[in-house]
Every structure is written in C-alpha cells, then in structure tokens.
Design a protein around this ligand. Sequence first.
Ligand SMILES: Cc1ncc(COP(=O)(O)O)c(C=O)c1O
Length: 364
Amino acid sequence: MAEAVASAIRRAGNPGRSGHALSIRSARDLFTARERLAELFGHGDSSRFVFTENATVALNQAIKGTLRPGDHVVTTSVEHNSVMRPLRRMEDAGVRVTVVPAGADGVTDARAVVAAFRKGTRMVVLVHASNVSGALQPVEAVVSAARKRGVLSLVDAAQTAGAVPIDLASLPVDLLAASGHKGLLGPQGTGFLYVREGVDVVPLIEGGTGSRSESDHQPDFYPDALESGTQNSVGAAGLAVSLAWILRRGIEAIRRKEIARVEELLSGLSRIPGVRVFGPPDPARRASAVSFLVEGVDPAEVGRRLEREHGVLVRAGLHCSPNGHRTLGTFPAGTVRVSPGPFTTRGEIARFLSGVRRVRRSTG
Ligand SMILES: Cc1ncc(COP(=O)(O)O)c(C=O)c1O
C-alpha cells in the first residue's frame, strides 16, 4: 500500500482535469478504488461512493446535507463525536434530536430506536459498531424499519468497513460513511460516503469537478455532485491496493480471524483478577475493539506501560465518544482499548496479555 502511494506521488496528475497521461492515470486510480469499494460492499454502481478525507467529513456531509430546520433525528448514546457534534450543531439550526440510550453492555435495542420515530422523523443515525465497547449494533433491524417508515438511515461504519461484512444489496441503508484508514487498510486522508440512488444530499462543498465546466452550477450526477476540487488520487492509489488485498483474502476470512483474536483477548483478560472488560461477552457480537480497565490504575498509565514495557500500542481515554463512556459507566476517565487487526498474531495477543498481567501485578 505504501509503495503504491509513493509511486502515485511520483506520477500524480490532477485527476479528471486534463487529457494528458498523468491526469488520466490519477483518474484511473480513483476509479479503481471506487470500483473496488463497490465490489466489497456488494453494489453495482461505484458512482454512488463519494470520496472524502475521512469518516468525519462523510458523516458531516450526510447529516448537514440532508437535515433541515424542523426535522427530527433519532440516534443512540454510543455514537462518536463525529456524529454527535454535527447533530448538536444542527440543533442550533432547529433540528430536534432524540438520543436513545444503549444498554450497559453498549448494545442498543432496535425496538427502542424504532419506538423513538415520530411524525417529522427524517433520519436515524446509528454506528455499526461502537468504537468504545466494540458492540455491534442492530443495524439491519433499524435500517429496515426506517425504510418501511420512510425515514432516512445513516450508518457510521468507521469501525466495521473492511472488517465486518456489509452487503448493500441486502441492507437498505440510505447513507453509509467510513474511513479508508482503519479496516480498509488504506492511507490516512481517505474515506467515503455511500449515497443510495434517489437520496437527495446537498453538497457541503461546491466547485470544480472537471465536468460540466461550462456551467456555474454544481453537477447533479454522482460522484461529481459531492466531489469538488482536486481529489486525493494518491490516497486512492493506496486504498485501491489495500482493497484488492481485502477482496482477495475475503471479508469472511478476515472477520473469522478477528473474531478468533477477540476471543483470545476476552478469555485472557477475564482470567486476570482486577481486570474489567466492557461490551458483549460473545466475540461474534463485537467488532475488533475491546475496552477494559485495570483496577486501581489510570487507563492512560496502563497505555503508557503497555507501550514502554511491552511494545503494545493501545488507546486510552474517551475515544472521542463521551456518551459511549457514559453508557458503560466509564466517564470521565475512560478505558483502555485494544483493537486487533487482520495481521495481529496469537503471539502478539499473548504478549499483550502478559503485559496487562504485569501491570496488574505491579499495582495489585
Ligand atoms: C465509530 C467512529 N465513527 C467515526 C470516526 C471518525 O473517523 P475518521 O477519523 O476517519 O474521521 C471514528 C474514528 O475513530 C469512529 O471510531
């Protein structure tokens, strides 16, 4: 992936802006990445995948490009700030927001979400898997109910894209946002928003697209409608390579491997006295993120010691999801979160567990 980015930098032309060879190659990098995204998510039309810098921009575009004063939105208490902050901003503009509390295990009840729909509900926003507890949320049930009620659905797949199968042919979601640099294994500066055909999204940014240049109005066709200015073809070249790897490897195989690692983590952590693990006990009901606390040790100190003494990198604190932590009862100190990926080995999990044991022993 890194080599693909380096090679793309050396030959970057402005994609879609010119007929010369470099411009065409860069446009091809974007197209290839877009086609592979469509293939991975089971969709026949890659033009519905709009590139963004990250999941945050995709979520802002989806939220601010669809909601209008007077609209009502339903969301949950386990959302990331990249959902909550735009929604709170929209409240200032007259949008009403209902936050449905998830259970203490971090899982939202689909019935409670649907029960919060009322006259004027325009959209439901739901994270696919909490980045705090790792808990998978009932997206299928919520999205299907939303479709039946004529409510738009937006799924934040930042923690699941590339790691948990998502099939847009069977999931009637309207908008789906994700990062390119997490489970999709691409470079930073990549992300996307999928917009179902027929869903009307007003662009946050307008400008040059290299198409319909005779008009001073933004084109209404995708992806140009939501992609203005020079696109990150260099990032797309890297993303295209990582997507090819995921497609070759198979999303089911990646998922199986990550479930196995999470299982090792959960059973190992549960055997260390004084360690408390959050989220569902069944690894199949989680994405690849496990939050825990070591009794008597500040999460940041656990993180520091795991890195310094064991070479294990984790994230401690609030994970940009204060509500997620309030739900688990771990606000304001947060937790330590460990997230195995498709390349994580059993040996690395064992090293991590022995690191946690030592941290615990030295303080317990
Ligand atoms: C659930 C969730 N949503 C959104 C985001 C934002 O992603 P990005 O950093 O790509 O903007 C993250 C990042 O950690 C996340 O975990």
